[in-house]
Ligand binder design. Sequence first.
Ligand code: ZN
Length: 475
Amino acid sequence: MNRWCAGLLSVLLVAVVGCTTTPATKQGAGQLAIVGVTVVNPERDGAEATMADATVVISGERIVSVGPRASTSVPTGATRLDGKGKWLIPGMIDGHVHFFQSGNLYTRPDGADFNAVVPYAQETARNKARLPATFKVWLASGVTSVIDIGGPFWNFDMRDIADKTAAAPRVEVAGPLISMVDRVKLDLGDPPIIKIESPEAARALVARELERKPDFIKVWFIHQPGDDMAKQEAIVRAAGDAAHAAHLRLAVHATELDVAKASLRAGADYLVHSVFEEPVDDEFIALMRKNHALLCPTLFVRNGYAYTLSNRWQATPEEQRLADPQILAAMHDLDKMPKDKIPPRIAKLIADKPPINAPTVAEQNLKKLWDAGIPIVMGTDAGNVGTLHGPSVFREMALMHDAGLTPLQVLRSATTNGAKAMGRDDLGAIAPGKLADLVLLDADPLADVGNLSHAERVIKGGVVYDPKALIDSIR
Ligand SMILES: [Zn+2]
């Protein structure tokens, strides 16, 4: 099967689709060797970060050997993939996505209400039905694992579907967000965000979520003027204690410095955004260290809203190539929308075109935290308006590089540290025993982060995919 996938798929697109829908388990006895490739080890520094002219042997879904081509034997009958002039990285991990959202204009009516154009019920039904395509855009982008860090109870069904789908990333999930605020426009009977007003209510919601075996418990810590911070912190602590008692980690959305510190005092293990408007300080870093907490900066997501809602969103070349064509086609719906259907706030944004600035403070915080040794996880918050599933990782990683991280550090955040966020030691590195989740690039990712978008093949669990064929299969 691998011979078909690797050799003939690029010319036989029909066969590609057949191959890519074959469950990984049927590959069982299959052996694959990537020969003469430069292996990238994002967990290492200096000369150890690469091994030139190497051979990687995969048996079934796992890597069995990695070594110099001259001394690493290729098993008889194994399919050979020529790695000469190419680079092999671990499959990337996006530490912050939401499958209940599509990235289009209609996906967050609580922020921009286009129900008059596309009813939210229609949008959520579309997102559910489109799941196989959404999974494929992730794989096509070289992302072989994602963390869906909060959504409706349906999220648990989504994880089951991903587990049974070969052409899908590995998925970890949180259930509904334990929130300080209501979002009634998102409540169609299975709300992604649930307002919680006491520690007892937080414990009760965690208990309901535990029945579905979440990978994280997530709190949406929104602190508005006049809110009682101590009371809110007690709710977060109750959720955190209940999560920790079940051996789960507590993920928290907290974007202001005092709120982020309160989250850490309450037990947060994973901050799913940066602090956006203020510099982080020594107390914050000390709290991060005390909790062994990870942080996912999500540098692009706010500007995704700003570009889209002022009708200035433009697809990058990577998005043109790798995003869901259905979503791309809808990103300029404001061009043709009847004026009376455009909410006044959005009409004003389109008319005024307010300046959209780089996330400078968050970038400075990222650099400061990285230099302090805090583990940084690459994540996009994909699904939010203007942040598309899949290729938005390339926007995010470009901003991380702008913030001062080297390409190797950016890649480490997207692999080694992503695996840490998932709590898995079988992902995020190219070594014997690890799952064979890999991306074969035709350009050097350590010379330019942009080269991370140059996937020629994406391998998940030992099964080889052609990114172009994955996208062609969902057109
Ligand atoms: Zn999010």
